[in-house]
Design a protein around this ligand. Structure first.
Ligand code: SAH
Length: 204
């Protein structure tokens, strides 16, 4: 899988190393073992999917994580992306809105030895139930209808947010650098297809 990722243009050694070490099949139903290392999204229950390895690698690389950084993830899902970030040395805080996934993934991450702080709730406006912010990095792993103000507010000045923004079917991957309290730089990195950020849509 790591060789494939390199061929697909992933060059960040920390990302490649972490993805070589964190086994994707740990985060999937054993019935999917044979497919775990193929570059495809797979079902994880509650009508959600684990992202393709190439998408996890791309988002992780765009995030430019350094050891010790505080990273907020929206959409814990299977826990795989959170574990990869943890392996890269980040202090990970992750929010999931589906109770069944939260109840499954929180103990799984602990059992596997990944110290991810998991929260159940709507992450559209960030982590509101506990005050661990501001964050060095924010990663959104579901398709957002726009850039939520609450997430921008919880990002440090100089911090980076990687977020797929668009409609239900396709979203454009954005990397936003918060260059000042009310200023930001936006870069785009192509089209992706994430499950929608549900709470956010309903709230708007
Ligand atoms: N990072 C996950 C990807 C899971 S898919 C992984 O590695 O497996 C995206 C997840 O985002 C789903 O589990 C979905 O339930 C969750 N989600 C959708 N809208 C959300 C919201 N508003 N707040 C928090 N999580 C949300």
């Amino acid at each position: 899988m790591v060789e494939q990722l390199q061929k697909q243009g992933i060059s960040d050694d920390n990302v490649l190393k972490a993805m070589g070490e964190v086994k994707r099949h740990w985060f999937l139903d054993s019935a999917l073992d044979a497919l775990a290392y193929e570059d495809r999204a797979l079902k994880i229950g509650a009508e959600q999917t684990i992202s393709r390895p190439s998408t996890v690698a791309m988002q992780s690389q765009l995030l430019q994580v350094q050891s010790g950084m505080k990273v907020l993830e929206i959409g814990t899902g299977s826990g795989y992306q959170a574990a990869v970030l943890c392996k890269m040395g980040a202090k990970v805080f992750s929010i999931e809105r589906q109770k069944s996934l939260f109840d499954h993934t929180k103990p799984l991450l602990a059992e596997l030895g990944y110290r991810v702080r998991c929260f159940l709730g709507d992450g559209y406006q960030g982590l509101t139930e506990a005050d661990y912010g501001p964050y060095d990095r924010i990663i959104v792993t579901c398709g957002a209808p726009g850039i939520p103000d609450g997430l921008m507010a919880q990002l440090k000045v100089g911090g980076i947010m990687v977020i797929p923004v668009g409609g239900e079917d396709t979203q454009e991957m954005l990397r936003i650098t918060k260059t000042g309290e009310n200023e930001r730089k936006e870069e785009t990195f192509g089209d992706y297809s994430f499950v929608p950020m549900l709470g956010g849509r309903q709230m708007r």
